[in-house]
Write a protein that binds this ligand. Structure first.
Ligand code: NAG
Ligand code: NAG
Ligand code: NAG
Length: 277
């Protein structure tokens, strides 16, 4: 009896693992849009319901594996945005750290800080096999199973727009604990890099960050980052590259202050002389 229940729960768990469209998608997307235009960027004028309609049109009118970048054209036309120079932050395989970095420094804009990035961050969606039947909430295909995956196509276009708009200094944070920290198949290596305009981007600041406990696989002078620098050089970008960005390391230490490489920092903080109040 109990065993039966356990098996049923187990099977339900299995079903959930094959993720379908995020439940309440419409409410989340429209709600995030209102949040953005009301609290985050109150001076902006967007039609949240209109954006949703264009999005829905793009997705449900087609079979799940045939939503192309250009099918989102009208949705992107409804979400134009001017991005600030000197602030754009690109990243690959450093999601968590990058978002604490941009929250802590308040100096940067990531794709997830744009309206479209903010609205669709972490969501999943796909249509039904039969067109115009709405979203498939029980299962969506993997990105790799599709030529034109609805989620991939949206992020591809959003990333392209983001990179095309970049101007002044930009920052790229890559993961030196991985082989191929700079990967031509990633959104940064495959889409964003090619969309950067050397006449608008004056400086590319690369920051390579490893896990505190290693492994230390790539750096500014080792592995795929060297290829990235070559490409930047050939295309006429100015660049810098740092392996030990102090702010990034302190953020990592905040999560794990007892880690060996953090001890000097925490010791000096603990032993500092307090001012007499
Ligand atoms: C580097 O990538 C690994 C594997 O995806 C991940 O576990 C780790 O947190 C990443 N490191 C940083 C500093 O983001
Ligand atoms: C939902 O998607 C799954 C996986 O792609 C598919 O097998 C299933 O037939 C779809 N359901 C409908 C009703 O289209
Ligand atoms: C751009 O980055 C370079 C190198 O990091 C720096 O010397 C320069 O001051 C930066 N300029 C601006 C406007 O932030």
């Amino acid at each position: 009896m109990t065993l039966g229940l356990v098996i049923v729960l187990f099977l339900l768990g299995e079903l959930n693992a094959e993720l379908g469209t995020t439940p309440n998608l419409k409410h989340i997307v429209i709600g995030r849009c209102y949040n953005y235009i009301t609290l985050i960027s109150p001076s902006s004028r967007y039609n949240c319901e209109g954006i949703w309609r264009e999005f829905e049109e793009a997705v449900v009118r087609r079979t799940p594996c045939s939503v192309r970048v250009k099918d989102y054209k009208r949705m992107f036309q409804a979400t134009p945005q001017t991005l600030p120079c000197d602030k754009l932050l690109f990243w690959s395989k450093t999601h968590d750290l990058v978002h604490s970095y941009s929250a802590a420094t308040r100096r940067f804009w990531t794709l997830e800080d744009t309206l479209v990035g903010y609205m669709f961050n972490d969501l999943i969606w796909c249509g039904m096999e039969e067109r115009d039947r709405g979203f498939n909430f029980s299962a969506c295909p993997e990105w790799s199973e599709c030529v034109n995956h609805p989620v991939y196509s949206l992020w591809k276009k959003a990333s392209q727009n983001f990179a095309e708009a970049a101007c002044g200094n930009i920052t790229v944070i890559l993961n030196g604990s991985l082989k191929d920290a700079f990967n031509r198949k990633s959104m940064f290596g495959g889409v964003e890099l090619d969309s950067l305009n050397p006449r608008m981007v004056t400086h590319v600041n690369i920051k390579v960050v490893t896990n505190l406990e290693g492994p230390y696989i790539e750096s500014c002078t080792q592995g795929s980052i060297v290829d990235l620098i070559k490409i930047l050089h050939t295309r006429g970008f100015h660049w810098t590259c740092t392996d030990n960005d102090l702010t990034l390391m302190i953020l990592q230490c905040m999560k794990n202050p007892k880690q060996y490489s953090c001890l000097t920092c925490s010791d000096s903080l603990l032993n500092r002389k307090r001012p007499v109040l």
